[in-house]
Design a protein around this ligand. Structure first.
Ligand SMILES: *Cc1c(COP(=O)(O)O)cnc(C)c1O
Length: 372
């Protein structure tokens, strides 16, 4: 352990951590006393970045492997100007959350799924990736080291952001010679802060998120800057987010900028099938299982924009938004409204998912990982 990290541990140790003997790396990890919280206005948490204490970092080795990672103070990272990520966008991100239960226990939700997705993405982007075990361990370490930033029950969660980036220098277009796996975290508020806040979505006819054969099915950082224009144009007109259409027919809906989309008609819930142009959300997958258990019929298939306009209810899913009901969709100047409020399908799904995530509803699926 470097002197810098040790010094920072003892610095915060006086404030809120107990520091154990620094004989081994593990033994020197910060130990959190439950009663202590970071100085945050927990009632007004938004979805922005709050700086926390620690981040995790590991570098790839020559053997297609990653070194054992380390926690260090949260701060800037140094990069070669020729780093693969800066020049050619070789990078992936992930998003997962840590939750605090009523009894103070801390839970992660299906972190292995994020680790598997990072491996699939790394294969697509010609990057080395950490093992699923190292990924999950890094997420746990980051959550626990920043434990005082995990919001009190009901106030939000600790959003955890793993990154895999090509940090080795490369001039010609080819995979970077070295990769860095980095994990940081920020407390975020509940999406449904003011009760139900239904989304108003805009269907974009001009900009597409991805195309067949592209990288839309993986969480590549290259998928996101190109949609900023569509998002900002929609936001200027008062919309919450954009729904993208397939780029070939401009007829089938795909998803929103960072969440998957579902529609409800009677007892049937439909969502676009993942065929490489849609990100396979872990929330999407979980909601499909929950909905089936609750007795709904769930279809994964091609869904046309016309069907979306004729649905009874629409909602989106993602780690950041959890389950967000959609109040309206606007397409080609036509605006349709959907059922919102208590008792709608998305509310039932939302309550079940969150109940499982915070340990209030029995986890029949073995999704929740308690961390110590
Ligand atoms: C991350 C993401 C989602 C949601 O995935 P989750 O695993 O549920 O968080 C959906 N669509 C896009 C484009 C995303 O980047």
């Amino acid at each position: 352990m470097s002197n810098m990290i040790r010094a920072s541990l003892s610095k915060v140790g006086s404030r809120c951590f107990t520091v154990q003997a620094a004989s081994a790396l593990r033994a020197a990890e910060p130990v959190f006393r439950d009663e202590e919280y970071a100085d945050v206005d927990w009632n007004n948490l938004g979805f922005g970045l709050t700086r926390t204490d620690y981040m995790y970092m590991a570098r790839s080795t020559k053997n297609n492997d990653f070194e054992q990672g380390q926690l260090s103070d949260y701060g800037n990272v140094e990069l070669s100007p020729a780093a693969g990520v800066l020049n050619y966008g070789q990078g992936l991100f992930e998003g997962t959350k840590a939750f605090r239960g009523d009894d103070g226990r801390v839970f992660l939700f299906r972190p292995d799924q994020n680790g598997i997705r990072m491996q699939i993405g790394a294969e697509r982007m010609c990057m080395q990736s950490p093992s699923v075990q190292q990924f999950v361990d890094a997420v746990k370490q980051t959550a626990l080291a920043n434990r005082r930033w995990i919001p009190p029950p009901g106030k939000g969660s600790l959003y955890i952001r793993p990154l895999l980036i090509g940090t080795g220098p490369i001039l010609g277009l080819s995979p970077a010679p070295e990769y860095t796996f980095l994990v940081y975290a920020s407390p975020v508020g509940n999406y449904f802060k003011n009760g139900m806040a239904p989304l108003n979505l805009y269907v974009d006819n001009e900009f597409h998120r991805t195309t067949r054969g592209g990288a839309g099915g993986v969480k590549s950082i290259t998928n996101y800057a190109p949609v900023l224009k569509a998002i900002s144009r929609a936001k200027e007109q008062g919309f919450s987010d954009v729904v993208y259409l397939d780029s070939v027919h401009k007829k089938y809906i795909e998803e929103a900028s960072s969440c998957n989309i579902f529609l409800v008609k009677g007892n049937v819930i439909s969502t676009p099938a993942t065929i490489g142009t849609i990100l396979e959300g872990i929330t999407r997958k979980s909601i499909i299982d929950i909905a089936r258990h609750l007795g709904y019929e769930v279809e994964e298939r091609s869904v046309t924009i016309d069907e979306l306009m004729e649905a009874e209810e629409v909602f989106t899913t993602g780690t950041a938004v959890t389950v967000a009901s959609v109040g309206s969709v606007t397409y080609n100047g036509q605006r349709v409204e959907y059922k919102i409020g208590d008792g709608i399908v998305s509310q039932k799904l939302y309550k079940t998912l969150v109940g499982i995530q915070v340990g209030k509803i029995e986890d029949k699926y073995n999704w929740v990982v308690e961390i110590e």
